[in-house]
Design a protein around this ligand. Sequence first.
Ligand code: CMC
Length: 390
Amino acid sequence: MTAGDSATLQNDMQDACFRPGLEGIPAVQSNIGHVDGQNGRLEYRGIPIEELADKSTFLETCYLLIWGKLPTQSELDAFKFEVNNHRRLKYRIRDMMKCFPANGHPMDALQSCAAALGLFYSRRALDDPEYIRAAVVRLLAKMPTMVATFNLMRKGHDWVMPRDDLGYAGNFLYMLNEKEPSAEAAHIFDVCLILHAEHTINASTFSARVTASTLTDPYGVIASAVGTLAGPLHGGANEEVLEMLEHIGTADRVAAYVDDCVTNRKKIMGFGHRVYKVKDPRAVILQKLAKEMFEKQGGTPHYELALKLETAVEERLGHKGIYPNVDFYSGLVYQHLGIPSDLFTPIFAMARVAGWLAHWKEQLGENRIFRPTQIYTGEHGLPYEEIAKR
Ligand code: CMC
């Protein structure tokens, strides 16, 4: 075989392997999360999401994801204590946040703050378990404070000191709304965090692992993942779901809206998933949570509209495996908890930092830098044309 034949063969093989969006291509080996898209199942470290949503707490789930096992009581207490102790932000970070434009998107603020943490904490001691643990604790502890603080500062308010007597979810809602939430609201929010904590190798987790594979610091890893999560095809969809429901307005306009989307090939936000071909199990849990909450505390017209939209989309697109994903009902729950819609995606990031950190640790365990190949579709050997002649 000549060198030319070999190059052609290599190109043909690459062409045959090429899958836009890497669909179906395994990029990592992982034992953190598992998604069964045909049967609508999700597990964290082998435990079904329904069990965790029902029995665990967000911090315990973080421990499970990051350290690979459920903690004992003393391990959990120590972990909670450490996270509580690292919730505050350095005044320089708060000062930096004061300079952010009030109308900037909170995801951009969060990404900037996550990256800025890397300026303050010693970099790249990646073979030191203490450094790893400190980074995990710091990121889990500070992300909620960063989200809440940006929200306060853009309203011209001062930041609110975290309260050590409140749990992870309760303290976030307290810092955000400047008042203590009910135990029920804190519990519902905690379950939402559990549901968003991990979801295998999606775009943002892939981004985290690619960045991690260069052996940069964990703050850069999380900042890159936050940037990837921000887009409307990924975490940004939850914000757009409410906008869509507001745009539809009333139940009698649902059918026409779905018709228009199907005819004009527009994506309906909060529906569809690369892996799930049935209803996302997280959407099932969130819907139940929303239903119970609305039954107790009074409903919202958006919920009724959402139910109608789900039925209409199922009728028109169910045959393609298009069903509600996690983002469809989360916005309704957050809205009911008094959370502004542009914080929905930062809240997703606050939860998903657990999964990203677990993947960061796993990547470090058996690291090889990501360096895929490409199929070059350009030209070769063109002459350099002098600027005056172009
Ligand atoms: N509305 C209408 N049609 C859809 C939708 C949707 N939401 N999602 C997929 N389809 C159709 C699409 O038009 C295509 O049809 P056809 O085969 O006739 O061309 C087919 O289903 C496959 O779509 P795709 O875009 O190739 O699928 P994908 O796996 O590349 O994209 C997705 C997955 C989640 C990006 C997509 O379903 C989507 O854009 N959904 C809306 C945005 C959204 O809700 N995102 C949140 C995802 S879950 C949380 C997260 O991961 O962050």
